[in-house]
Design a protein around this ligand. Structure first.
Ligand SMILES: *[C@@H]1O[C@H](CO)[C@@H](O)[C@H](O)[C@H]1NC(C)=O
Ligand SMILES: *[C@@H]1O[C@H](CO)[C@@H](O)[C@H](O)[C@H]1NC(C)=O
Ligand SMILES: *[C@@H]1O[C@H](CO)[C@@H](O)[C@H](O)[C@H]1NC(C)=O
Ligand SMILES: *[C@@H]1O[C@H](CO)[C@@H](O)[C@H](O)[C@H]1NC(C)=O
Ligand SMILES: *[C@@H]1O[C@H](CO)[C@@H](O)[C@H](O)[C@H]1NC(C)=O
Ligand SMILES: *[C@@H]1O[C@H](CO)[C@@H](O)[C@H](O)[C@H]1NC(C)=O
Ligand SMILES: *[C@@H]1O[C@H](CO)[C@@H](O)[C@H](O)[C@H]1NC(C)=O
Ligand SMILES: *[C@@H]1O[C@H](CO)[C@@H](O)[C@H](O)[C@H]1NC(C)=O
Ligand SMILES: *[C@@H]1O[C@H](CO)[C@@H](O)[C@H](O)[C@H]1NC(C)=O
Ligand SMILES: *[C@@H]1O[C@H](CO)[C@@H](O)[C@H](O)[C@H]1NC(C)=O
Ligand SMILES: *[C@@H]1O[C@H](CO)[C@@H](O)[C@H](O)[C@H]1NC(C)=O
Length: 600
C-alpha cells in the first residue's frame, strides 16, 4: 500500500512538474543561495501574460500540456526551428541519475521574444538500444534568460550502466541533436569487486585549457585513444597565441562570460569529449583571469582596483552563473564565501572527494593568496597555523569524509582538487599559490592520514601546467620516509599538466631543456619521483580493487587539431602500499626525469 502511494506521488510530480523548472539551468548554482537563480514563477507569469496579449509575428504554437493538462493556461512555444549549436553533454553521474545538457537556440527570421520559450524533448536509451523504447524521457523549456541552455536530470536509471541520449524539438521530432553517450556509477553499497562489472573504472583527468594557446587535443585524444569512463576537470578553462582569438576586453558581464564559454565549447576535441563521456568538474575556477585582472585585488580593498570598474565579486557571480548554465553540473552546497565541496561514493571501490582550493589566481575564498605583489608577506605567513587553504569548515568536512570512507570500507580515496600538494623546493623558492603557501594546513592533512591510518589516498592535482608524480610524506622528513623505497609514505599524488596553458617551465620549452630543470627538481625534492615540464596533455587513472594505475599522455603538437600523442609515463599504486610501486614507473619513462630511473 505504501509503495503504491509513493509511486503515485512520484508519478504526479513528474506530470505536474513545470517544464521551466525542469530546466535546471534556471536554478541557482548553489542550493542555499536561491537568489542567484532565476525566479521561474516570474518567468511563468511572463509566458502566461502572452496568452492575453498575443504579440509579435514569430512562428509559434500552443504547448499541449501545462500544469497537469490545463489547456486554458497553455503557453505558446516557438516552432520556427531549433539549432543545437554546441552539441550535447552529460555530467555529475550518480547511481540512479545523470545530468544531460544541450543548447537549443532559435533559428529563422522571426526569433521569439521574451514571452515565447523553446521546448526541448529528451530521450534516454540503454546503450545499444537507440531507437528502441526509451528508459526515460521528458520535456523542458528554455529561453533567452539562460542563453538557450537546457540542463535536465535523467532519473530512474540503473546503477553502473551505460546510456545513449538525444534531444529534439518538441514541435518537430525530426529536428534532433547529435547523440550522446553517458553512464551512471555503482551504488555506494556495491562491493568493490563488482563495481563497473568487475572492470577497472577509468578517469581521464584534465586541467587548464587555455583557448588562445592551443587546440584542446588532449580531450580528443582521451576520447579517441583511451578507454576512460569519466572525464574529470580539475582546473581552469582559463583565458589569454596561435591565432585563436579571444575578445580583448575584460570579462565583466554575464554576456561576456557566456560568449567566452560558448567559444571554448566550439573546440572540436572538447565538443566530442562532452558528447561521449560524463564529466565531473571541480568548478568555479574559470574565467577570472583576464587582461588586467591581476590587479583586481578588490576582495581586500573594495572595487577600487578593478580596471573596468566592475567589482570582482560581481564579475565572479556572473562567471559562476554562466558556468552553471553551460556545464552539466548539479547545484552544490556552498558556504557564505561560495566555497564548494562534494563527494562521490562509487561502490565500495572508491570515494572521490572534490574540493575547491582556489578560484583562479585572484580568488578571495581562501586566506590571503599570493598575488605576486605581496609574495614577501605571504612568505612570512605561509607557516602560520591559523591559515587554511581549504577554509576551516571545508577542512573539517574533508576529515569527516575521510573517516566515513574508511568506516564504509571504501578501498580508495581519490581526492580531486586544483593545486599541487607536495612540497616543491625550487632551489629555495616555493610556489606560494600552491599548498606550499599553506604549510600548516598541509601538515594537518598529512597528520590526519598518518594518525588515523587512512590508507590508499590518491591526491589528484592540476593548475601547475607541468607533470609531477610523488609519494605523500611529511616535507623534509627523510627519517620516516625513504625516497628510494617509498617506505613511510602515506599515499601518492598525481599532478597533471595543462590541456593547453603554457608550461610553468617557460612557454614552449623543448623537452630536453625542460628535463634539465626536472632533473634538478627531482634531486632537490625527496618525495618527488617524476617531473616533466614540456608537454601539454592529461592523465588517466584506472582504479581496480588491487591497484590504481596512472598513465600520463603527452600531446606532440597543439598548434593544429590532431591526436598525435603518446604515453609518457605509467605509475602503479598497489592497494595497501601507500606509495608509488617500485621500481617507480617500471624504471623508465618516455619523457621527463625519473628518480633512479632511465629515460627511453
Ligand atoms: C547552427 O549553429 C552552428 C554553430 O553555432 C552554426 O555554425 C550554424 O550556422 C547554425 N545553423 C543555423 C541554420 O543557424
Ligand atoms: C523539421 O526538422 C527537419 C530537420 O531539421 C527539417 O528538415 C524540417 O523541415 C522541419 N519541419 C518543419 C515542419 O519545420
Ligand atoms: C588515436 O585514434 C585515432 C582515431 O582512432 C587514430 O587515427 C590515431 O592514430 C590514434 N592516435 C594514436 C597516437 O594512437
Ligand atoms: C592592490 O593592488 C594594488 C596595485 O597592484 C596595490 O598597489 C595595492 O597595495 C593592493 N592593495 C591591497 C590591499 O593589497
Ligand atoms: C595568525 O597567527 C599569527 C602567528 O601566530 C598571528 O600573528 C596572527 O595574528 C593570527 N591571525 C589571526 C587572524 O588569528
Ligand atoms: C576520525 O576517526 C578517529 C577514530 O576512528 C577519531 O579519533 C577522530 O576524532 C575522527 N576525526 C574526525 C574529524 O571525525
Ligand atoms: C597527529 O598526532 C600527533 C602526535 O600524536 C599530534 O601532535 C597531532 O596533533 C595529530 N594531528 C591530527 C591532525 O590529528
Ligand atoms: C624543507 O627544507 C627546505 C630546504 O632547507 C626549506 O627551504 C623548507 O622550508 C623546508 N620545508 C618545511 C616544510 O619545513
Ligand atoms: C592491477 O590489478 C589488475 C586487476 O585488478 C591486474 O589485472 C593488474 O595486473 C594489476 N597491475 C599491477 C601492475 O599489479
Ligand atoms: C605543429 O603543427 C603545425 C601545423 O601542422 C606545424 O606547422 C608545426 O611545424 C608543428 N610543430 C612542430 C614542433 O612539429
Ligand atoms: C634503482 O633502480 C634500479 C633499476 O630499476 C634497481 O635495480 C635498483 O634497485 C634501484 N635502486 C634502489 C636503491 O632502489
Amino acid at each position: 500500500m505504501l509503495l503504491v502511494t509513493i509511486s503515485f506521488v512520484f508519478f504526479a510530480i513528474v506530470i505536474s512538474a513545470n517544464p521551466i523548472d525542469r530546466n535546471l539551468a534556471y536554478r541557482s548554482p548553489f542550493v542555499d543561495h536561491p537568489h542567484l537563480g532565476y525566479d521561474t514563477r516570474y518567468i511563468h507569469a511572463r509566458l502566461a501574460k502572452r496568452q492575453v496579449e498575443k504579440a509579435g509575428s514569430f512562428t509559434d504554437e500552443h504547448y499541449p500540456t501545462w500544469y497537469g493538462a490545463d489547456f486554458s493556461n497553455s503557453p505558446f512555444i516557438y516552432s520556427g526551428g531549433i539549432n543545437f549549436t554546441h552539441g550535447v553533454a552529460s555530467g555529475d553521474p550518480f547511481d540512479e541519475s545523470v545530468l544531460l545538457w544541450t543548447r537549443a537556440a532559435p533559428v529563422g527570421t522571426s526569433l521569439p521574444d521574451q514571452s515565447v520559450p523553446i521546448c526541448v524533448a529528451y530521450s534516454v536509451w540503454q546503450a545499444g538500444d537507440l531507437g528502441g523504447q526509451p528508459v526515460t524521457r521528458g520535456q523542458a523549456f528554455t529561453s533567452y534568460d539562460v542563453d538557450w541552455t537546457v540542463k535536465v536530470e535523467a532519473a530512474g536509471l540503473h546503477a553502473d550502466t551505460r546510456y545513449t541520449y538525444q534531444f529534439s524539438d518538441c514541435t518537430n521530432s525530426s529536428s534532433v541533436s547529435i547523440i550522446g553517450t553517458t553512464r551512471t556509477f555503482a551504488s555506494p553499497d556495491t562491493v568493490a569487486e563488482d563495481v563497473n562489472g568487475g572492470e577497472p573504472l577509468s578517469f581521464a583527468v584534465f586541467s587548464c585549457s587555455n583557448y588562445p594557446f592551443g587546440f584542446f587535443n588532449a580531450y580528443a585524444f582521451a576520447t579517441k585513444n583511451t578507454t576512460a569512463d569519466v572525464f574529470v576537470h580539475l582546473g581552469d578553462y582559463s583565458s589569454t597565441s596561435i591565432g585563436r582569438i579571444l575578445s580583448d576586453r575584460e570579462l565583466a558581464t554575464i554576456t561576456d562570460y557566456r560568449t567566452r564559454i560558448a567559444l571554448y565549447r566550439t573546440d572540436a576535441g572538447l565538443l566530442e569529449a562532452h558528447q561521449n563521456h560524463p564529466w565531473i568538474v571541480v568548478w568555479l575556477v574559470l574565467f577570472f583571469e583576464s587582461a588586467g585582472s591581476a590587479d583586481s585585488n578588490d576582495t581586500a580593498a573594495g572595487c577600487a582596483y578593478s580596471p573596468s570598474g566592475t567589482c570582482f565579486t560581481d564579475r565572479k557571480l556572473s562567471g559562476i552563473r554562466a558556468y552553471h548554465e553551460w556545464m552539466p553540473i548539479r547545484q552544490v552546497v556552498a558556504d557564505d564565501k561560495l566555497r564548494i565541496w562534494r563527494n562521490f561514493e562509487i561502490g565500495q571501490l572508491l570515494v572521490r572527494q572534490l574540493f575547491s582550493s582556489r578560484w583562479g589566481r585572484r580568488q578571495y575564498d581562501r586566506d590571503l593568496t599570493d598575488v605576486y605583489y605581496n609574495t614577501e608577506y605571504v612568505n612570512t605567513v605561509s607557516a602560520y597555523q591559523n591559515r587554511s587553504i581549504m577554509g576551516f569548515e571545508q577542512e573539517n568536512w574533508f576529515y569527516d569524509t575521510l573517516n566515513d570512507s574508511k568506516q564504509r570500507k571504501a578501498t580508495w580515496r581519490v581526492v580531486g582538487q586544483q593545486i599541487v600538494f607536495t612540497q616543491l623546493d625550487e632551489s629555495g623558492a616555493f610556489d606560494l599559490d600552491a599548498w606550499d603557501g599553506y604549510r600548516a594546513n598541509r601538515l594537518r592533512v598529512l597528520d590526519f592520514l598518518y594518525n588515523n591510518s587512512i590508507d590508499n589516498t590518491v591526491i589528484l592535482s592540476g593548475d601547475s601546467h607541468a607533470n609531477w608524480a610523488s609519494d605523500l610524506a611529511i616535507p623534509n622528513d627523510t627519517t620516516t620516509y625513504n625516497s628510494l623505497t617509498g617506505r613511510g609514505a602515506i599515499g601518492v599524488e598525481f599532478a597533471g599538466t595543462a590541456v593547453s596553458s603554457p608550461s610553468s617551465f617557460g612557454q614552449g620549452i623543448a623537452p630536453l631543456a625542460a628535463d634539465v630543470i626536472s632533473q634538478q627538481l627531482v634531486q632537490l625534492n625527496p618525495d618527488l619521483q617524476w617531473s616533466e615540464g614540456s608537454y601539454r596533455g592529461f592523465f588517466t587513472l584506472e582504479v581496480s580493487t588491487h591497484n590504481v594505475t596512472a598513465t600520463y599522455y603527452a600531446m606532440r603538437n597543439i598548434s593544429s587539431p590532431n591526436t598525435d600523442g603518446f604515453a609518457s609515463a605509467k605509475f602503479v599504486v598497489k592497494s595497501g602500499q601507500n606509495k608509488l610501486a617500485r621500481p617507480v614507473a617500471g624504471g623508465s619513462v618516455s619523457a621527463g626525469a625519473l628518480r633512479n630511473g632511465t629515460h627511453e
